[in-house]
Design a protein around this ligand. Structure first.
Ligand SMILES: Cc1ncc(C[n+]2csc(CCOP(=O)(O)OP(=O)(O)O)c2C)c(N)n1
Ligand SMILES: [Mg+2]
Length: 259
């Protein structure tokens, strides 16, 4: 097991317990993708938007692990009124945040706009955006997908956190976006690839396949609540915060398997 899998999750559980912070399942779903993105993919000219802003805790912990923000500061001040580590990422408070998010369905349109800018003003770098599968219920997402394909926005890299669950139910009950999802994107002139969103180094390999003048979508199959079997794949884990028994469960499962 990659040691970051253990360390980042333990930090997340402790941060969530300390501040009774919700969206634990959502953070565990995308933590490995965020880590790989910041550890191995993002370059100096690249930008990133966490469109599923409710997973801010996961983003902050990855930024802290990369020493881009102070971890103690984060643990002391997460979610505090007037503080900088808000429950959803805000550009007003942190220079590492490209776009304030939290209202679902907006990040992809913004990322497409920024990619459009890069194309027409010949700027370097890619624009990465991470969306949840629930965000693909939104018409605004599909407008951006159609635009990006038609305009050949090849600097746009979309990561979809396909965990099959939303806030109060399953994707399948609302809009089964996972069904033939590669074809859906290919129809809009995207290059589309499917990965396991928890396997080490897969993101880097997927991005290395990028070719031609199409935008790239990486569909990451993920597990909501990944790492804690008692909450994995359960709808309720969306609004849960960590508890002490969860931390014990997690340590018992993984501490011995670290190397
Ligand atoms: C426009 C908008 N509507 C509703 C919400 C409340 N909300 C927060 S998370 C969520 C759904 C979460 O499901 P999904 O989008 O699939 O995210 P994940 O499974 O990755 O947590 C909702 C409805 C919101 N943040 N923005
Ligand atoms: Mg989801």
């Amino acid at each position: 097991m990659d040691s970051s899998f253990f360390r980042l999750r333990l930090d997340l559980l402790e941060l969530s317990l300390k501040h009774q912070a919700h969206h634990l399942g959502s953070c565990l779903s995308c933590l490995d993708l965020l880590w790989q993105l910041y550890d191995r993919v993002l370059g100096q000219d690249d930008e990133f938007i966490l469109s599923k802003g409710h997973a801010a805790m996961a983003l902050y912990l990855v930024l802290a692990e990369k020493k881009l923000i102070d971890k103690k500061d984060l643990f002391d001040h997460f979610g505090k009124d007037g503080g900088i580590f808000l429950g959803h990422p805000s550009t007003r408070h942190l220079k590492n945040i490209t776009w304030s998010t939290g209202a679902l369905g907006q990040g992809l349109g913004v990322a497409a706009g920024r990619s459009f800018y890069k194309k027409y003003y010949r700027r370097q770098g890619n624009v990465f955006v991470l969306v949840s599968d629930g965000e693909l219920n939104c018409g605004s997402s599909w407008e951006a997908i159609a635009l990006a394909g038609a305009q050949k926005l090849s600097s746009l890299v979309l990561l979809v956190d396909l965990n099959g669950l939303q806030g109060i139910g399953e994707d399948a009950e609302v809009f089964n976006v996972g069904e033939r999802i590669l074809e859906k994107f290919q129809c809009f002139n995207w290059q589309a690839i499917l990965i396991d969103g928890h396997a080490p180094e897969v993101l880097e390999r997927a991005i290395a396949t990028k070719e031609g003048d199409k935008p790239l979508v990486i569909i990451a199959r993920t597990v909501k609540g990944k790492g804690l079997p008692s909450i994995e794949n359960k709808v309720a884990c969306h609004y849960q915060h960590a508890t002490q028994p969860m931390i014990e469960e997690f340590k018992q499962l993984y501490e011995t398997k670290l190397f």
